[in-house]
Design a protein around this ligand. Structure first.
Ligand code: PBG
Length: 341
């Protein structure tokens, strides 16, 4: 965008610092704000009772059994956080080559959704549609005998998984697998089964990022994946135009919301996508981004609340309408504690 009067008004007529001197005018000219309405909290759910297991590489984040998840949900509702995203930690015995646990009506994710929605119907619940927690090899899909992740066969299973989440009461199903054509197939299946209002949040531009490491520890897929990678389906970090093609496809196939992931290293993509498509856009500030900021804060190298808010605001400024962030609860608490009258 051209700056209309650049070159006309000059120093000292124009002193940009005038507006910055006082808090009142800094507030009035503020272009972007982070509010409660932007926050989505990703949570890890595990089997058992009264389990609250710390995740070493993600300080202050826990794997929660369903009863503890309900307590957490209650706090989030009180704080005014609009939605959570659930990620199951699946016991090794339930993992298989065909990932059939992914669509078990009594699976961990399905039970967790039902429990949250029956206690807090007003809290939005997002579920992850991908097979990595359920496969013995930790890939997001079914593999052939060369270990290649098969697209169309995987999509069949993802459709079953998404339907089972909708049946359990998920408000939003979020395919994070990067198979081609999965949004369209999931949309058709949801329509056919009467789930007209189940939203699809498409991880449209999900990069093959090394910032997912702590997440893979948290859900226990890191060991299964070993030294293998996800380069044959997640996007190359070098690419930007390709993200636009992914987004266009997902919107055509019926996505209600598109997502870019990770967050801070990909804000150029966020801005391009927002400008071009002007569709509801979420950004995932991923586990590695969280781990970096927390580690520096724990060492006293960064001021935690300040960098938390700055990192989230930068994502908002780039064009995000919602942010999945492990800081969601802390940011909500911070917003509550600093609320201006
Ligand atoms: C799995 C999935 C991943 C994340 C969300 N869903 C990991 C991966 O693709 O390996 C990462 C989230 C994070 O790092 O916080 N499909």
């Amino acid at each position: 965008m051209p700056i209309p009067y650049a070159g006309i008004a000059q120093f000292p007529t124009l002193r940009l610092r005038r507006m910055r001197r006082d808090e009142f005018s800094r507030r009035l000219m503020r272009e972007n704000d982070l509010t409660l309405n932007d926050l989505i909290y990703p949570l890890f759910v595990m089997e058992g009772k009264q389990q609250r297991v710390a995740i070493a590489s993600m300080p202050d984040q826990f794997r929660l059994s369903i009863d503890e998840l309900i307590k957490e949900a209650e706090e989030l509702v009180k704080l005014g956080v609009p939605a959570i995203a659930l990620f199951p930690v699946v016991p090794p015995a339930k993992k298989s080559l065909d990932a059939q646990e992914a669509y078990h009506p009594e699976g961990l994710a399905q039970r967790a959704v039902r429990a949250v929605k029956s206690n807090f119907p007003q809290l939005g619940v997002i579920t992850d549609v991908a097979l990595d927690p359920f496969t013995t090899h930790g890939q997001d899909g079914l593999i052939d005998n060369t270990s290649y992740v098969m697209n169309d066969e995987t999509v069949e299973v993802l459709v079953k998984q998404a339907l089972s989440h909708a049946q359990a009461g998920a408000d939003i199903v979020a395919p994070s697998d990067m198979m081609d054509g999965r949004v369209g197939r999931i949309r058709q299946a949801l329509e056919a089964a009467g789930f007209k209002n189940t939203q699809i949040l498409a991880y449209s531009a999900k990069y093959a990022s090394s910032f997912y490491g702590p997440f893979r520890d948290a859900v226990g897929s890191a060991g299964a994946l070993g030294t293998n990678n996800k380069y044959s389906y997640q996007m190359d970090p070098a690419n930007s135009d390709e993200a636009l093609r992914e987004v266009a496809l997902d919107l055509q196939e019926g996505a209600d919301i598109i997502m870019i992931k990770p967050g801070m290293p990909y804000l150029d993509i966020v801005q391009r996508v927002k400008t071009i498509f002007n569709a509801p856009l979420f950004v995932y500030q991923v586990s590695g981004e969280y781990a970096m900021l927390k580690a520096a804060a724990q060492n006293g190298w960064l001021a935690e609340s300040a960098v938390m808010m700055e990192s989230l605001l930068s994502i908002k400024r780039a064009g995000a309408n919602g942010i999945l962030t492990y800081f969601a609860k802390a940011a909500a608490q911070y917003l509550q504690s600093t609320r201006e009258i």
